[in-house]
Write a protein of this length. Structure first.
Length: 125
């Protein structure tokens, strides 16, 4: 399985921290700071992307629309929703949460590796 993750988050330090953490497990991270750029990257590279991590609160295009567009490209895409919202609020936004993983913000090193690692077959510890 490919060890590449697309991170769509407008917070540069968060994207950089995710990159640095995942790099310790040899997981390649490609990133976008907005929805349209993230969707373009996914469209270009979806065959080699193991998971997409989406911040649900992005300016302009929200997480729900990004999820819909990613699913239009690849209905089987593995999606991790990341937010400071409660999981119940995210569920109201996107519906059936069984199709997604949820990573609440703020998250720590081990939680990030556990959630992402499940998609790229990398142990969390």
């Amino acid at each position: 399985m490919t060890k590449r993750v697309l991170v769509i988050d407008d917070d540069d330090p968060v994207r950089e921290a995710i990159h640095d953490i995942l790099e310790t497990r040899e997981i390649e991270v490609i990133g976008a700071d907005n929805g349209p750029d993230g969707i373009d990257l996914f469209a270009q590279h979806h065959a080699s992307i193991a998971a997409v991590m989406i911040d649900m609160r992005l300016p302009g295009m929200g997480g729900e629309e990004i999820v819909d567009r990613i699913r239009a490209i690849d209905p089987q895409a593995k999606i991790i929703l990341s937010s400071a919202y409660l999981q119940t609020e995210i569920n109201q936004m996107v519906g059936d949460m069984s199709a997604y993983e949820f990573l609440p913000k703020p998250f720590d090193f081990h939680t990030l590796l556990k959630v992402v690692g499940a998609f790229v077959n990398v142990p969390a510890g």
